[in-house]
Every structure is written in structure tokens, then in C-alpha cells.
Design a protein around this ligand. Structure first.
Ligand SMILES: Cc1ncc(COP(=O)(O)O)c(C=O)c1O
Length: 439
């Protein structure tokens, strides 16, 4: 078939010998192709299908909303699904997060937080605060603003000449901790690099942007909540806003509804997307505090409004899906019942002793396997070998969607995955890994 579609994050030439799957339908943890072959979606289709595909209650909520009103511009109008969603989220979010700005994708939600933070300082007597700080291995999306913040060369290298001049701080690297500490017991000693950066640049910095509890695209790099508490204290000391990007980490992914809860910290901005609508419609929200909001609230001619618009802001169908997600999380007690210990135990039993599995790390239902050439030296494989990618191909043959980040295959399944599904997925994962890396 002649390729017309240019797929995201893909070297299209790879598909010369590894054809794209023609996805036809999806239900629960399975995606089916046109021939009826099933693929277990243990990464929740880029982490957003929070409760599996086609959840009947979300589907029903979406249908009902479509019958009533598909879309309405969100300036001059508001609507019940959005109002109700904010009313419910405000009771669940870390205390103090009270104002909601709606957009349609995660990257934009982070850019909105950055723009708001900059404008807040400008309108609050600190116009010298123009810079952003962030963690060296972060990922916050790929539009030019957030690409400047992300530290990973894979995404950003080509575009460096176009990017904002952000201050990248070395952050936690618990697998190869330079202090020789363990993530479960350390006190976030690696905050030292951030302390230095604040001493040097705190006065000119508007916000510190980070992914709480784990750096997703960097390979599910999980770290201590103590680090977050120290970051909050630094931001307070230097009048710097803290932006928590919970696009990947929010909505129960870490075992708590919001990742900042692990640290007991309220950021000044919290960005949500992905799990928010359970994968039924694109939507993201930048949530912030009354203090930030109040700095924009003035007579029109003072020119203090936040002038950022996006056509699908507050998309009612997405709000209806988001309300259904909250209902299911509560009524089915999803967070209490998720099989996080079971999944972690099964993966450890299956793979912890493998000579190329350097570490299996888990938080909530997220479990990542860092593959290395030499376990003792923690020596990575040469990237040209594309070890993770070979395993992905083997897994696809077997009907498992195990798309890795580099050489880190991972599970980030729907929160309602069952034990039987876990057993099946772990077995397929083990077979795929062994097919590439004989034990
Ligand atoms: C932590 C984080 N921030 C931002 C984004 C960007 O979201 P989107 O792809 O919706 O723009 C992602 C996407 O994976 C993410 O993981």
C-alpha cells in the first residue's frame, strides 16, 4: 500500500519490513486488527486509555453528550459538563488548586502554564523573571515551547537553534545514583544541582517545570518524593512558580490520584491530560491557584487578561468523558483495587534474574525494565543495536504492544487490568525478551 500518512514519532522506512497494523476495533485491554488478531495494549495507547478501550459507561456518557451538544465556543459561553468537572476536581486535587484553563493536548497545557507564570510575574512586580528551569531528562511535549524545556536530545537536538534558552538542571538518576543511595530511603540529596542553579538564576527565573515522581519518556525514571519537597522549598525561597506536569503521572498512574500527593506538595500549576478522558477525547487542563488568577483579574484596559485561545477549549464531549472517568474511579474503587503488587511481583519472578535486566522499577501499575549489556557495570547497549525496538517487534508478533522508550520496555496498563491479563502479558513479555536476548 502506498503510504500517505506520516505517522508520529516514526521513521517511516522502518515499516518497509514491519508493516503498520491496521487497527480495526478495540475493547478492554485488546486492540484487534482487520484480520481479527488481538494485541494486548499494556501501554494504554500512549498512556491515555486509563480504564481500557471502549469502556461502556464512558461510551454512554459520550453518546449522551453528543445528542445534547457536541461543541460550543468557550468564550462568552460555559456549560454544565465543564463546570461540574471543575467542581469535582477541585475537591480531589492538592489543596489550593482552584482555577482551570482548558486546552486540547498536553503540550499546550504546559505551554499555557509557562505563559501564565511569565505573565503573572510580569504583572506582579517581577518583570525580570523571564527564564525557566527544568530537569535535564524531562519530557513535556514537542511544540517548540515545551521542546525547549525537555532535556532529551532524541526529540530536541535537531531544533536547538530554534528553542528558548532554558536552564536544565541535572535531576535524579536513581538507577545510577552518583551518591550511591536508594530511591526508597534517600532524602533527595541530588537536589544539590538545583540548589546551585537557584543560587545562580533564581532571581531571573519565573518557574521550575518538572514531572513529579517519575520522568516518563526518559524511561520511567522513578525518584523520591523528598526531592519534590525540596524543590517546593527552593521555589518558595526564590519566588519561583512550581509547574507539575502530571500529564503522564496523574490519574492514578502512580497509585495515588495525583503524583504530587506522594510528597504532600501543592504546585502553583498542575497540568493534566491523557487519563483525564480515559482516551475518549483529546483534552488537557492547566490548573492553578487563586493567587495566580488574581494577578490577571482587572479592568479590560489594564491589559492583564490571559489572551490564549484554542478552538476546542472546554470541548463538551471530552468533559462528559472526564466526568464518567471520575465516576468509575470512585464507584469501582479502582485505585484501591488495582493490581500493582501483583504485576510487580510477576515481572520480578519472570525477569529479574535475566542477565540483561538491570533493574525492574515500579510505581503504581507502571513497571519498567531497564535493559543493559552488562548488569554489574550498568552498561547500556549501544543505541544502534536498537535492542528495545527488536523486543517490540517480537512482542507484536506475539500479540503484545510493548513499545519501549529506548531500551526500557515498560507496562503502563489500564488501571483495571485483571490478574489473568497480567499473567498473559508477563508471559508474552518474557518470551519476547528471551527471543532477542537469550538467557
Ligand atoms: C509528561 C508529559 N508531558 C507532556 C506530554 C505531551 O502531551 P501531548 O502529547 O498530549 O501533547 C506528554 C506526552 O506523552 C507527557 O508524557
Amino acid at each position: 500500500m502506498k503510504q500517505r500518512i506520516w505517522h508520529p514519532c516514526t521513521q517511516m522506512k522502518d515499516h518497509e519490513d514491519f508493516p503498520l497494523v491496521m487497527a480495526d476495533r478495540a475493547e478492554g485491554i485488546y486492540i484487534y486488527d482487520e484480520e481479527g488478531k488481538a494485541y494486548m495494549d499494556i501501554i494504554s495507547s500512549w498512556w491515555c486509555n486509563l480504564l481500557g478501550h471502549g469502556h461502556p459507561r464512558i461510551k454512554e456518557a459520550v453518546k449522551q453528550q453528543l445528542d445534547r451538544m457536541e461543541h460550543v465556543m468557550f468564550a462568552g459561553f460555559t456549560h454544565r459538563p465543564a463546570e461540574e468537572l471543575c467542581g469535582r476536581l477541585v475537591k480531589l486535587l492538592p489543596r489550593g488548586l482552584e482555577k482551570f484553563f482548558f486546552v486540547d493536548n498536553g503540550s499546550t497545557a504546559v505551554e499555557v502554564a509557562m505563559k501564565m507564570s511569565f505573565q503573572y510575574h510580569h504583572q506582579s512586580g517581577a518583570p525580570e523573571k523571564k527564564k525557566f528551569m527544568t530537569l535535564a531528562n524531562g519530557y513535556h511535549g514537542e511544540t517548540l515551547g515545551v521542546l525547549s524545556m525537555g532535556g532529551m536530545d532524541f526529540y530536541a537536538q535537531m531544533y536547538r537553534p530554534l528553542l528558548l534558552d532554558a536552564i536544565h538542571v541535572d535531576g535524579p538518576d536513581c538507577y545510577r545514583c552518583p551518591y550511591g543511595l536508594q530511591r526508597d530511603t534517600c532524602q533527595g540529596q541530588c537536589i544539590e544541582a538545583a540548589e546551585k542553579a537557584f543560587q545562580e538564576h533564581g532571581h531571573e527565573t519565573t518557574a521550575f517545570l518538572f514531572e513529579p515522581m517519575f520522568q516518563g519518556a526518559a524511561g520511567m525514571r522513578i525518584y523520591s518524593p523528598a526531592y519534590i519537597r525540596k524543590l517546593r522549598a527552593l521555589c518558595d525561597a526564590y519566588n519561583v512558580n512550581l509547574i507539575a506536569d502530571e500529564i503522564a503521572a496523574g490519574y492514578g498512574r502512580t497509585g495515588k490520584l495525583f503524583a504530587c500527593e506522594h510528597a504532600g506538595v501543592t504546585p502553583d500549576f498542575l497540568c493534566l491530560s491523557k487519563g483525564l478522558t480515559g482516551g475518549f477525547a483529546p483534552m488537557a487542563i492547566t490548573v492553578t491557584t487563586d493567587r495566580i488568577y488574581d494577578a490577571f483579574y482587572a479592568d479590560f484596559n489594564e491589559k492583564k487578561a490571559f489572551v490564549h485561545s484554542t478552538t476546542y477549549s472546554g470541548y463538551p464531549v471530552a468533559c462528559a468523558a472526564a466526568l464518567a472517568v471520575l465516576d468509575i474511579l470512585k464507584e469501582d474503587r479502582i485505585l484501591e483495587r488495582m493490581e500493582k503488587e501483583y504485576l510487580n511481583k510477576c515481572l520480578r519472578q519472570a525477569l529479574a534474574d535475566h542477565k540483561n535486566v538491570g533493574e525492574i522499577r515500579g510505581i503504581g501499575l507502571i513497571n519498567a525494565m531497564e535493559l543493559v549489556e552488562d548488569r554489574d557495570a550498568k552498561k547500556a547497549f549501544a543505541p544502534e543495536k536498537r535492542t528495545g525496538y527488536q523486543i517490540y517487534k517480537e512482542a507484536m508478533k506475539r500479540g503484545l504492544l510493548l513499545r519501549p522508550m529506548g531500551d526500557v520496555p515498560y507496562f503502563n496498563p489500564p488501571l483495571n487490568i485483571t490478574r489473568a491479563e497480567i499473567d498473559q502479558a508477563v508471559e508474552l513479555c518474557q518470551d519476547s525478551l528471551r527471543a532477542v536476548l537469550a538467557d
